[in-house]
Write a protein that binds this ligand. Structure first.
Ligand code: MG
Length: 265
């Protein structure tokens, strides 16, 4: 992994931006700092403005674990693609499948909310209904290992069996066959018509995109994590606003150049 702000990486990014790539970003831990309560998370105003400017120039995709309805109000602009539920919601071509995913989740909720369910009386363990997926959150639990085991044991008995996607103190339950971020990104790249893409993320779910190792996709991970498949890294989320403003600056330069060359004929 190379530091994204090294001279070599910035040169690579600059060159990458000349092709007007699809720009794709995760939200929590990437565009928005992680906060104690997920509903308090905000994308900083400057980052929203950079995103809006970039979106006027090239397709922007937001690819998040949140439900689309939850993510949309966090963005000060309308991205070309808004993918929710880690890929289970919003991927073009999966509209009918998303209805089926929602039906499966309703079934799981019925199973999980019956009488005598141990997880329901466990402190600091919450279940989030994201319509197309479910998520157990235990960020504030004192004994995280114990709780993680409790969830795993309960989830094993669900019908049908969910695919599991672990995040930072969250376990996502995905309906069988639901696309994840690693499946969503190639679809978006193709749909966008862009020759290249850039993907920025911070978590296990994003590694599925990094691991694709597509030559047309440049990848950036927040935090230098051992074993990450991303090509570039930022030291922490606090570096994201500067990274976004660099992208916006490169886009502006590209725009001006194309106006000049068009005018100069
Ligand atoms: Mg994230």
């Amino acid at each position: 992994m190379k530091y994204a702000f090294s001279a070599a990486s910035m040169g690579r990014l600059q060159e990458w931006m000349t092709s007007r790539p699809l720009l794709a970003f995760d939200i929590d831990g990437t565009l928005a700092p992680i906060v104690a309560r997920p509903w308090d998370a905000r994308v900083p105003g400057a980052v929203q403005r950079d995103l809006a400017n970039l979106a006027e120039w090239t397709p922007v995709a937001i690819v998040t674990g949140r439900a689309i309805a939850d993510a949309r109000p966090m963005l000060g602009f309308s991205p070309k693609y808004l993918i929710g539920n880690n890929g289970a919601e919003g991927v073009p071509g999966f509209e009918a499948a998303a209805l089926e995913f929602a039906r499966i989740c309703r079934g799981w909720l019925e199973q999980l909310c019956g009488p005598g369910e141990e997880w329901r009386s466990t402190p600091d363990l919450t279940l989030e209904d994201k319509t197309c997926t479910l998520a157990f959150h235990y960020r504030h639990a004192a004994h995280k290992d114990v709780i993680a085991r409790l969830i795993e044991q309960r989830v094993e008995r669900l019908v049908p069996q969910p695919a599991l996607l672990e995040g930072k103190f969250v376990l996502n339950l995905l309906p069988p066959g639901a696309p994840q971020k690693g499946e969503a990104m190639p679809v978006l790249l193709k749909r966008s018509g862009c020759e290249r893409g850039l993907y920025v993320g911070d978590d296990v779910s994003d590694e599925a995109v990094f691991r694709l190792r597509l030559p047309e996709l440049l990848t950036v991970r927040i935090d230098r994590v051992r074993g990450s498949a991303a090509e570039l890294y930022l030291k922490d989320q606090a570096e994201v606003p500067r990274f976004m403003s660099e992208l916006a600056r490169m886009a502006r330069a590209e725009r001006e150049e194309s106006v000049q060359s068009a005018g100069g004929g």
